[in-house]
Write a protein that binds this ligand. Structure first.
Ligand SMILES: Nc1nc2c(ncn2[C@@H]2O[C@H](COP(=O)(O)OP(=O)(O)OP(=O)(O)O)[C@@H](O)[C@H]2O)c(=O)[nH]1
Ligand SMILES: [Mg+2]
Length: 469
């Protein structure tokens, strides 16, 4: 390799100087609107913000986690919330087919082009790693194994995808005003003819992990290759339920004439319509998100306006980060509560059916095989404030009790202590009073304090974590 590099250096020195001058240097576009729209000049998050985060952490540890542990919620959903996840910055995820311009877009947003730290880009599939670009005091790259081992980061749960995957995970830390507010995640582009096992790690599961946690998901397309294949279909299936986070980007719009662009826009909707199962069409941004000037004779004005709308969208996510986090924890608390109520019901039914002569295994098998016969799920629905859409899959409980025998659980009525009160009461108080109170505190610009649900007018069902404008 050293010889090759040496030869290349010698060759480049031998090239006539006129030839070097002939090379067209691409003109970089002005980036001032990025700083302006994202308000990067303003100060970093205030003390109030970190105080509210601390309060949120405290509510989680005192009111939600004890119930989560008592009923082993983590075994059902594999979603334990770490401190890193509570304090983490909003995450913006870039997905899409290969070579559509995902890495170029991140380079552009962060102004990394022509610097030694720019992400690799190229006309062939280039990004092969899940790359997390985050804030740090100095520029350095962090290996996946290190990121997963550090429990103060929100990426430690990724360890479960195996060592092969950790090899394909990298972090890049750098001091940057925008990264003080958000974290970007670049992903390897989807290649339609590649099978999952060829990657050596569960690509879809990893994508799902990031999709579940992202605050904003940019699905990027290239107008010259709009074919929808099995991989992309799979991706959209995974995006179900996160529709309000999805933004579709028709990138490289400057590579087509306006009329062609219109046709491609129509074709994009046509091919995506069967994949997105919502009544409201997703927001599509048509522009060219790269650092260089738009091609001649293209709709510059439109591209620029589209870009500013996208930046405003991103800014909304930054501004709403605390509200989103609280809503996320509250949604989690609602799920934990329902899980605890269900396990309690299973335990109760089991105890009622057991007689001195019955075989505990057979009795419980009958219950877990057909919970409807014993009105387990129905009785939970009859409780106030439980939506049927929040109920977990009943088959999941067969697996759950396979690992966690029913005899190991106490009933909810026994989960009380003289000093600490009852676990169920605590989580209900968090859902209806404490978390909405925190939200109310932010909304009115006051210091976060405890207010009641009536004062904030909150409902039981969590609102969209993020609303489109
Ligand atoms: N004309 C034009 N070309 C672009 C634009 N954005 C990116 N490109 C080019 O498209 C090619 C692919 O860009 P990348 O940023 O590497 O694409 P990617 O989506 O990260 O690709 P993978 O990492 O392979 O999935 C590069 O040659 C870029 O120079 C754009 O807005 N307009
Ligand atoms: Mg890339």
């Amino acid at each position: 390799n050293a010889i090759l590099v040496y030869l290349l250096c010698v060759l480049s020195l031998l090239r006539p100087s006129e030839e070097v001058e002939d090379v067209l240097v691409p003109v970089l576009r002005d980036r001032s609107h990025i700083e302006q729209t994202l308000r990067l000049k303003e100060d970093a998050p205030s003390n109030d913000y970190s105080a509210a985060l601390q309060r949120l952490r405290k509510i989680y540890h005192s009111s939600i986690k004890p119930l989560e542990q008592a009923y082993r919620y983590n075994e059902l959903r594999q979603h334990e919330i770490s401190d890193g996840e509570i304090t983490s910055k909003p995450m913006v995820l870039f997905l899409g087919p290969w070579s559509v311009g995902k890495s170029s877009m991140i380079n552009y947003l962060l102004g990394l082009q022509e610097t030694p730290y720019q992400l690799y880009t190229g006309a062939e599939p280039t990004t092969s790693e899940f790359t997390v670009i985050m804030h740090g005091e100095k520029i350095r790259s962090v290996e996946g194994i290190v990121m997963a081992a550090d429990s103060s980061r929100s990426f430690s749960p990724l360890e479960k995808f195996g060592q092969n995957f950790l090899e394909k995970l990298v972090g890049i830390e750098m001091p940057h005003k925008l990264l003080e507010r958000v974290t970007f995640v670049d992903t390897p582009g989807i290649i339609e003819n590649r099978k999952q096992q060829e990657r050596g790690y569960p690509f879809n599961d990893v994508c799902q992990w990031f999709i579940d946690r992202a605050d904003l998901i940019f699905v990027v397309f290239d107008p010259t290759k709009l074919d929808v294949g099995l991989e992309l279909e799979m991706l959209f299936r995974q995006l179900k339920g996160r529709e309000s986070q999805i933004r579709i980007i028709l990138n490289k719009a400057d590579s087509l004439a306006t009329q062609d662009l219109m046709r491609v826009y129509g074709a994009l909707f046509w091919s995506l319509a069967p994949l997105i199962n919502v009544t409201e069409p997703p927001r599509v941004y048509v522009s060219s998100f790269w650092p260089y000037d738009y091609a001649q004779d293209t709709s510059r004005e439109l591209f620029k306006r589209e870009e500013i709308s996208l930046l405003e969208d991103l800014n909304q996510v930054i501004e709403n980060r605390l509200e989103n986090k609280i809503a996320f924890i509250r949604q989690h608390a609602i799920r934990v509560r329902i899980h605890a109520l269900l396990v309690d019901r299973y335990v109760q039914t089991f105890r009622d059916k057991m007689t001195f002569f019955s075989d505990p295994e057979l009795v419980f098998k009958e219950i877990v095989d057909d919970p409807d016969k014993f009105f387990i799920f129905k009785s939970i629905l009859a409780k106030t404030n439980v939506s049927k859409f929040d109920l977990p899959n009943r088959d999941a409980y067969r697996d759950f009790f396979g690992i966690n025998p029913v005899g190991g659980f106490k009933q909810l009525s026994a989960q009380c202590s003289y000093m600490g009160g009852c676990l169920l009461d605590k989580i209900e108080k968090a859902i209806t009073h404490e978390l909405p109170g925190l939200l109310g505190g932010i909304a009115s610009g006051k210091n976060p304090s405890l207010t009641s649900c009536e004062a904030t007018g909150c409902g039981e069902t969590p609102k969209n974590r993020y609303r489109k404008h």
